[in-house]
Design a protein. Structure first.
Length: 386
């Protein structure tokens, strides 16, 4: 197996504007990544597209071939990868394997999702297909209700108040203020967090990531191409693990075993420890998931994830910066695209191109993308060489 580098990245602004169709969003992101890498389109051997909802919400499948066509890459290998909200991360992992295994020397990865052209009930129903439909969906469970269950279980088990989760959301909103591609440029403080309406007790409005649209892309390259392009950001670890979809089939719903397993594998591959990690891009679709993933990833003991709920500790100059461009919470969560957005943002940090959002001296980034309530978890470790 050979090393895999990120040669270039591209992204569209995350928006609620529903006018731009998915094929154009995806093509724009891939073209931007190609230009950023400075690589000719004809050198791209394959395109891997992460998407969750297009077949349900837009009646359009085969986004791989469709976006390849609209990007000027028609004829190459192109497939769509689905792993619920982890689709973007899963596409990145498959692409990484293709380059590492010598199948292709350069590939494009794109995550794309368009969600606001239909009503909220349709989106809620579509998202629920990522749960265990027979055990959860037919009972009326949604991802809002499932995460509310997790948050209530956590609060009751560890005796914490809902406001303890607020710093995760506040930090994400603060970081999004200086991200031009973020959806929410809205400063958040504890008072506003507590005054926000309860959407599914105990979850408040600012505990939840927004429904939105967007596309992001990365170009992966083998060492010889990466060297010629001056690429120094390497994917040092890539892993995926799974757990039962239904919360009722897990030994402990608060233990994200797939997140723990994929983190261990990715960090072992990369040869890094927790002390080496300079920033963490968690799957912060809900604030409860941030707490649970900090524990599963090994940064905190069970019940202690909220010890990190301190803006001074997780801010850009903190001990473990989180959601450095706003995360899913404030940059936005176009579900199939989020894993690629995370990779784009981690790359910008390690390439020292993050501008006002730069984490000082960042050399190692942990990126984690989750499908469902922890059923499919894809974890990557990115490092800056040299």
């Amino acid at each position: 197996m050979r090393d895999v580098f990120i040669a270039g990245v591209g992204q569209t602004p995350v928006t609620k504007d529903s006018d731009t169709r998915g094929r154009y969003l995806g093509a724009a992101a891939v073209k931007a990544a190609l230009a950023d890498a400075g690589i000719e389109p004809e050198r791209i051997g394959a395109l891997y597209v992460g998407n969750m909802l297009s077949g349900v919400l837009a009646r359009q499948q085969q986004l791989g071939g469709l976006i390849a066509d609209y990007t000027g890459l028609a004829g190459i290998e192109a497939v769509t990868v689905e792993a619920a909200c982890a689709s973007g991360g899963a596409a990145l992992r498959i692409a990484t394997q293709a380059v590492a295994g010598g199948i292709h020397d350069a590939v494009a990865v794109c995550g794309v999702e368009r969600m606001t052209h239909v009503d909220r009930d349709a989106v809620t129903s579509a998202l629920a297909t990522a749960a265990d439909w027979e055990l959860e969906g037919v009972c009326g469970e949604t991802f809002l209700s499932l995460n509310a269950t997790l948050m209530r279980l956590y609060m009751d088990k560890y005796g914490v108040r809902p406001e303890r989760f607020a710093p995760f959301a506040i930090t994400a909103h603060t970081n999004a203020l200086t991200n031009p591609n973020a959806l929410l440029h809205k400063k958040l403080d504890l008072e506003a967090y507590l005054q926000a309406r309860v959407v599914a007790d105990p979850i408040r409005l600012f505990d939840v990531s927004p429904v939105c649209n967007g596309a992001s892309a990365v170009i992966l390259a083998a060492p010889n191409i990466a060297s010629a392009l001056g690429s120094r950001v390497r994917i040092a670890g890539s892993a995926c693990a799974t757990a039962p979809l239904a919360l009722s089939r897990r030994r402990d719903p608060l233990e994200l075993t797939a997140a723990a397993g994929s983190t261990r594998q990715a960090m072992r591959q990369a040869g890094v420890s927790h002390d080496d990690v300079d920033l963490f891009e968690p799957h912060d679709a809900y604030t409860i998931m941030t707490a649970l993933t900090l524990e599963a990833a090994g940064f905190a003991a069970p019940g202690c994830g909220l010890d990190y709920a301190d803006s001074a500790r997780i801010g850009l100059e903190g001990e473990l910066p989180l959601a450095t461009f706003g995360g899913l919470k404030a940059r936005g969560h176009p579900v199939g695209a989020s894993g690629c957005y995370q990779a784009v943002e981690a790359f910008l940090q390690l390439a020292e191109r993050a501008g006002a959002n730069q984490v000082p001296d960042a050399e190692v980034a942990l990126v984690q993308n989750i499908g469902g309530t922890g059923a499919t978890v894809v974890t990557h470790v990115l490092v800056r060489d040299g």
